[in-house]
Structure formats: structure tokens, C-alpha cells
Design a protein around this ligand. Structure first.
Ligand SMILES: Cc1cc2nc3c(=O)[nH]c(=O)nc-3n(C[C@H](O)[C@H](O)[C@H](O)COP(=O)(O)OP(=O)(O)OC[C@H]3O[C@@H](n4cnc5c(N)ncnc54)[C@H](O)[C@@H]3O)c2cc1C
Length: 445
């Protein structure tokens, strides 16, 4: 009897100890993971990536059970993490807005929001038919608040279909619709306009593809099957920038459509008879019946407005740094984009960074360290307090504030990162109402 009891105590004791060890290690693992996530949140705050800039997941902690399904579903890295048993956002500013976390959460604890209580985000007024408060002006794509290629493609098409339904009569010598921007929304709208027999002109300040064009070649573009007008179902999941651009170019050329690149729309002026005059930076004018704004949210790069800025050697983005070798390069700007670009170029080129202030202000700590290192080891020059005066074929003139001197440096290429002009004032000038949204829910269950 005693032996049986002893045996039972031994068995229960062993089970208890094993359970205790398992619980101990499980809790410790969770704790370690929590500490790692906490550290990531701290770094995100230091680097200014904790606060969202556009659409982002908001977690209701009363519902969250810490399943981690949102983290598994998110195609990007370190947007979400688990801390103290519940989900938390980390690098919210990097959220692309896939919304995969929203769909994956088993307890519907996630809503997709735009703006926070502290920081509002400007959103234009758009009705369900994609028309703004100004009759005849429509918006499609990321500018309206919801990003992603598939959404933008669908909205571009739907906006045109709504224009057709609105039956504003066509007028002689007046284009049915001018589409501004040739990202996914603008391309899809252009195809839809052709499909519905509307006359249209598409104007793009940069290159066909919009934000997609600026992706690194190696980026995996996550998307979902979508209907492309004049093509049908494009069955794409994980694709590449090149595959997408090839598809768009193919459909456009097969249907004899022309998209006018390198043409920025400067103003939309309502004129007589409910039509609009569209004026471009090349002083071209188009008179149209409808306008579709498919200009995304990134805005236009701010220019320096100096002589020579409009030459081929000047760019406002760095697409393929690996192809730039043995050049005299000037990078202009003092923010993270300028620093990161200069760092990418410095090893293969003679790289100089010109910055108008006497020190860098708000940089990611890693960039600050790297730029300091590059200055010390001589792999990159930084000229503080300097402003570009002119850009010439073989050199650049910089005015140095301190000693009123003008410095001439040899130059083959100039990259300007002077920030962006957001489309807010452009929209307001056109009469489109903008509201600042503070924690506005775009998608909830
Ligand atoms: C780093 C990064 C990664 C991403 N990854 C993915 C992904 O994997 N999958 C996904 O679905 N989405 C992804 N996205 C989001 C996706 O790129 C955007 O949601 C989508 O491109 C929005 O399309 P759009 O047509 O509304 O605007 P955009 O693609 O931004 O195009 C707008 C166009 O309008 C032009 N424009 C602006 N102003 C003017 C003007 N005044 N005159 C003429 N032209 C003008 C711009 O030059 C631009 O080409 C990513 C975004 C980023 C930044």
C-alpha cells in the first residue's frame, strides 16, 4: 500500500516538476520575446517610425488574445509584435496597409485607422462614387486613403465607370477625362476610359507605374488577382516590379494608348460650362469635362529652382545605385533619404553631400553613426551650410554661408532630396475639400 502511494507521489511529483519546468521556460521565452519587442518599439520611437504616416492597424487590447496571427499574416517585417501577451505596433510608419492583419485576427481585435489623436492625416472628401465635393473632379487610389496596388487598380476602373453612369454630356473639342498620375489607379483608369469609349489624356510627372516604378528591382510585390480593364483577370500574387510594369506596358501599347510622362499638372482651373482647364509645368493646356486625380500620397519632390536643375544629370530619387560607378556625385539634403543615398554611392564614387544647415537634425541613429564614420574615413565629403547655386555640365557651384564663398566642384550627377510638396494645397486650389483625420477608422468588423 505504502509502495503504491510512494509510486503515485513520484509520478505526480515528476509530472508536476515537468509542468513547472515547461511553464518556467514558456514564461521565460515569452518574457525574452517581450523584451525584444519592447526594445524594437524603443528604437522605432527614436527613429520616428512608431507614429503612423498613413493607414495602420489599431489593436483593441480588450479583445486581443495574443495569438500572433496578425504577425504571421503581415507581409512586411516588424510592423507588429507581441509584448506582455498582447499585440503591439512597432514600426507603424512602415505599414503598407495590406490589411492582412485585420483579416487574420481570430477575435476581430484589429481595425485599420488613419491618423492618430496626436497627429492628423489630411484626407480629401470623396463620395462612394469617387467624386469629390467639387462636381466633375474624382479621386482614385491611395490619395483617397486606401493604398495597395489591387485597391488602386479597382478604384481607377470604378471611378471611370461612375463618370460614365453620371452621364455628363460630352462636349465638342473637350476631352472627356484628364487623368492625373499614372500609378496603378491612373493606368487602370486610362484603360477603363478607352474601354468605355471616353476620350482621355493621362499626365504623369514622372514615370509610368507610379510608386511601383520606384520599388527596388529585387522587391517582392505582394498583391492579389485583380481585374485590369481591356485585359481581364491578372492572376498575380507574389510578383516583381518588372512583371507588373511589363503587363501594364503591354496592355497600353496593344490598345494604342499613350501616357504622357514627365508632365506635371500644376493647376486645375474650373472654367465655363462646367469644364476644367488643366495646366502643366510645360505650359500645355487641356480642356476637359472630368478630372480624375490618381496622384497617390507621396506628393512631388521639392525642387531647388536653380539653373541647370532641369538637365538629365539631375534626379530626385536613386533607383539603381549599383549601376553608378566612378562618378563625381553630389547628393543634396540632410534627411535620411539623402544620407542613405549618399552612403549607397560612396564606395564606388567620389561622393559629396551638400546640406544647407550646420548639422544634421533628425536622423535615424544608425544613419548618424554611418555618416560620421564615412566622414572620418574620408569615403564621403559633407559640406555644411551650403546651397546649390547652379548645376553645370561638368561642375556644380555651391554657395557656402559662413564665408560667402562660391565653391566649384567637379560633378557628373546630382541627386536632390529636399523633401516633398504634399498634394494638399494643389487639391485645395482645385476646390477639393480636405479634412484632417485623427484616428479615423477606415475598416472595422
Ligand atoms: C516601399 C513600398 C512598398 C510597397 N509594397 C507594396 C506591395 O508589395 N503591394 C501592394 O499592393 N502595394 C505596395 N505598396 C503600396 C502601393 O505602391 C501603393 O498603394 C500604390 O502604388 C498606390 O497607387 P496610386 O495609383 O494611388 O498612386 P501612386 O502609385 O503613388 O501613383 C501616383 C502617381 O501620380 C503622379 N503624380 C503626382 N502628382 C502629380 C501631378 N501633379 N501631375 C502629374 N502626375 C502626378 C506621381 O508621380 C505618381 O507616379 C508599397 C508602397 C511602398 C512605398
Amino acid at each position: 500500500m505504502e509502495e503504491v502511494l510512494l509510486e503515485q507521489i513520484l509520478v505526480y511529483g515528476t509530472v508536476f516538476i515537468l509542468c513547472a519546468i515547461t511553464v518556467f521556460f514558456y514564461t521565460r521565452k515569452k518574457k525574452v520575446k517581450s523584451v525584444i519587442v519592447e526594445k524594437k518599439v524603443e528604437i522605432a520611437k527614436e527613429e520616428g517610425l512608431f507614429e503612423p504616416v498613413s493607414l495602420y492597424p489599431h489593436i483593441n487590447l480588450n479583445y486581443c488574445i495574443g495569438s500572433g496571427a496578425c504577425i504571421t499574416a503581415c507581409p512586411e517585417k516588424d510592423i507588429l509584435g507581441i509584448k506582455d501577451g498582447v499585440a503591439t505596433v512597432i514600426n507603424t510608419a512602415n505599414c503598407i496597409g495590406h490589411g492582412a492583419c485585420f483579416h487574420a485576427c481570430p477575435v476581430e481585435a484589429i481595425t485599420l485607422k488613419i491618423g492618430t489623436e496626436a497627429r492628423g492625416v489630411d484626407l480629401p472628401h470623396v463620395s462612394e462614387s469617387f467624386e469629390t465635393n467639387f462636381k466633375g473632379i474624382y479621386i482614385a487610389g491611395e490619395l483617397g486613403g486606401m493604398g495597395l496596388i489591387k485597391n488602386s487598380v479597382e478604384q481607377g476602373q470604378q471611378a471611370i465607370e461612375n463618370m460614365v453612369k453620371a452621364k455628363k454630356p460630352s462636349k465638342e473639342n473637350v476631352i472627356d477625362v484628364v487623368i492625373i498620375g499614372a500609378g496603378p489607379a491612373g493606368i487602370s483608369a486610362t484603360l477603363a476610359a478607352k474601354q468605355h469609349g471616353l476620350t482621355s489624356v493621362t499626365l504623369e510627372q514622372d514615370s509610368l507605374g507610379g510608386t511601383v516604378y520606384t520599388f527596388p528591382r529585387s522587391k517582392i510585390v505582394m498583391t492579389a488577382p485583380m481585374d485590369l480593364p481591356l485585359y481581364g483577370k491578372a492572376k498575380l500574387y507574389n510578383t516583381s516590379k518588372d512583371e507588373l510594369l511589363q503587363l501594364w506596358n503591354k496592355v497600353i501599347s496593344e490598345h494604342d494608348i499613350k501616357i504622357q510622362e514627365n508632365t506635371k499638372v500644376e493647376s486645375i482651373i474650373p472654367i465655363e460650362d462646367k469644364t476644367f482647364k488643366i495646366v502643366t509645368n510645360t505650359n500645355e493646356e487641356f480642356i476637359c469635362n472630368h478630372v480624375l486625380l490618381a496622384i497617390g500620397k507621396r506628393g512631388s519632390p521639392r525642387k531647388l529652382y536653380v539653373p541647370g536643375e532641369d538637365t538629365q544629370k539631375v534626379a530626385y530619387r536613386l533607383l539603381e545605385p549599383e549601376n553608378i560607378k566612378d562618378k563625381n556625385v553630389l547628393v543634396v539634403g540632410g534627411g535620411d533619404s539623402a544620407i542613405e543615398s549618399a552612403l549607397l554611392l560612396k564606395d564606388e564614387n567620389n561622393t559629396t553631400l551638400s546640406y544647407r544647415k550646420d548639422k544634421f537634425a533628425r536622423l535615424k541613429p544608425k544613419n548618424r553613426e554611418k555618416v560620421q564614420q564615412a566622414i572620418e574615413d574620408g569615403s564621403m565629403k559633407v559640406i555644411y551650410n551650403s546651397n546649390v547655386v547652379s548645376i553645370n555640365e561638368k561642375d556644380v557651384l555651391l554657395k557656402i554661408d559662413e564665408d560667402d564663398e562660391v565653391k566649384q566642384i567637379d560633378n557628373d550627377l546630382v541627386y536632390i532630396f529636399a523633401g516633398g510638396e504634399l498634394p494638399t494645397s494643389f487639391l485645395e486650389k482645385a476646390g477639393v475639400k480636405i479634412t484632417k483625420r485623427f484616428g479615423y477608422t477606415m475598416k472595422s468588423h
